[in-house]
Design a protein around this ligand. Structure first.
Ligand SMILES: Nc1ncnc2c1ncn2[C@@H]1O[C@H](COP(=O)(O)OP(=O)(O)OP(=O)(O)O)[C@@H](O)[C@H]1O
Ligand SMILES: [Mg+2]
Length: 387
């Protein structure tokens, strides 16, 4: 996406992320993020690439599932003779529509229950093999208790407490890299996924990534996992240098590549790290691999619409006249400038004891502040006024 400042490139990226929803990875970054003193530029790029590639893993697991009817930690004297008492096991009652079951479980599960903030009346499942606890939601038997709850209500599970359940998990390749940077388990996908909750570790090497790719590809072939290509958004892409661009050329062509969106407001300028001029500061061979979308300045009506949405989200009230006035100022100056005017205009209106912004408030704000263009004009007209 190429276009003048304030034409909505970054705003579009936010919009895309919203539309994709939580299941499709969206990884935003700014070109200058690659310049870190500790990590190689290409390493930063690669990491973001892998954050943008998702994997949906379906597996059938043996679980205990139901509504929690009881959580009782049972304590014993500390066998080492200390003062404290330790939890020897925990008793959990689970109920489904078909029956109920009492389980005596390892104390580590008690910790997992506390971490997931499981209470009586929640629907949970516990994986039989790993002991991982997952809170599904609150049982809808409790739904009418309070109205103001952000909780998700789920029906009491059907079938037996102990059963096989199809579990779908969404992870990114980066999650797998990180959780396996210090491999403890086996080299298959399920144990890689199992590492997700374990504490963190060492560096992610190219070798590890190749290993993970191999396993992932095998599981995709077997139909257990499904690739969910996401979106990598690189804002201010002209900040990248020639090394990064060369690297991108190659990365874009690999099979495990997300959709990559670049945004820039530069015209013809030098490519960083060279003295070659190129459109958008991007090498022509990389440009050749893209579709370029031109973003245009907003029209007066569009500016008015954006300001009214903005005002509504910030609960600022505006007269129709004031709104139109702001639109005109926006068309003359910039969208960002007018959006910034909203708050001062509201303060002026409030000071005058009104709830709603009038045209005169907007004009007053416009007199008090300068936008970039008029400031430049003042500077040019009064030489020597500022250093
Ligand atoms: N469609 C839109 N809806 C709501 N707000 C918008 C929209 N487009 C732009 N804006 C707002 O306008 C301002 C400028 O837009 P944005 O930051 O996307 O510009 P940009 O094209 O990324 O500019 P730059 O090249 O300077 O980075 C932001 O405050 C943004 O929230
Ligand atoms: Mg931007």
């Amino acid at each position: 996406m190429a276009g003048a400042p304030g034409t909505g490139k970054t705003a579009l990226a936010l919009g895309i992320a919203q539309e994709l929803g939580p299941k499709v990875p969206f990884c935003p970054m700014v070109g200058s993020e690659v310049y870190s003193s500790e990590v190689k530029k290409t390493e930063v790029l690669m990491e973001h690439f892998r954050r943008a590639i998702g994997l949906r893993i379906k597996e059938s697991k043996e679980v205990y599932e139901g509504e929690v009817t009881e959580i009782t930690p049972e304590e014993t004297e500390n066998p080492l003779g200390g003062y404290g008492r330790t939890i020897s096991h925990v008793v959990i009652g689970l109920k489904t529509t078909k029956g109920s079951k009492q389980l005596r479980l390892d104390p580590s599960i008690y910790e997992a229950l506390q971490k997931e903030k499981v209470n009586i009346g929640d629907v949970i499942y516990i994986e039989a093999s790993s002991g991982a606890v997952k809170r599904v939601g609150r049982s809808d038997a409790f739904a009418s208790e309070f109205d103001l709850e952000a909780d998700e209500y789920v029906p009491v599970p059907k079938g037996d407490v102990h059963k096989k359940k199809e579990i779908v998990q969404d992870v990114t390749l980066h999650d797998l890299d990180m959780s396996n940077a210090k491999p403890q388990g086996g080299q298959d996908l399920m144990s890689m996924v199992g590492q997700l909750s374990k504490p963190k570790k060492t560096e992610v090497t190219e070798k590890l990534r190749t290993e993970i790719n191999k396993v992932v590809n095998r599981y995709i072939d077997q139909g257990i996992a499904e690739l969910v290509p996401g979106v990598l958004f690189i804002d201010e892409v002209h900040m990248l240098d020639i090394e990064c661009f060369t690297y991108l050329n190659r990365a874009l062509e690999s099979t495990l590549s997300p959709i990559v969106i670049f945004a820039t407001n530069r015209g013809v300028c030098t490519i960083r790290g060279t003295d070659v001029m190129s459109p958008h500061g991007i090498p022509v061979d990389l440009l050749d691999r893209m579709l370029i979308i031109r973003t245009m300045p907003y029209s007066l009506e569009e500016i008015v619409q954006i300001i009214s949405i903005r005002a509504e989200t910030e609960s600022i009230q505006l007269d129709a006249e004031a709104l139109h006035g702001m639109g005109e100022i926006g068309a003359r100056t910039s969208l960002r400038y007018t959006v910034q005017m909203l708050t001062p205009a509201r303060i002026i209106a409030e000071t005058a004891g009104r709830d709603s912004i009038k045209l005169s408030d907007v004009e007053e704000v416009d007199e008090l502040f300068y936008d970039a263009k008029s400031s430049a004009k003042v500077l040019a007209a009064s030489e020597g006024y500022l250093l």
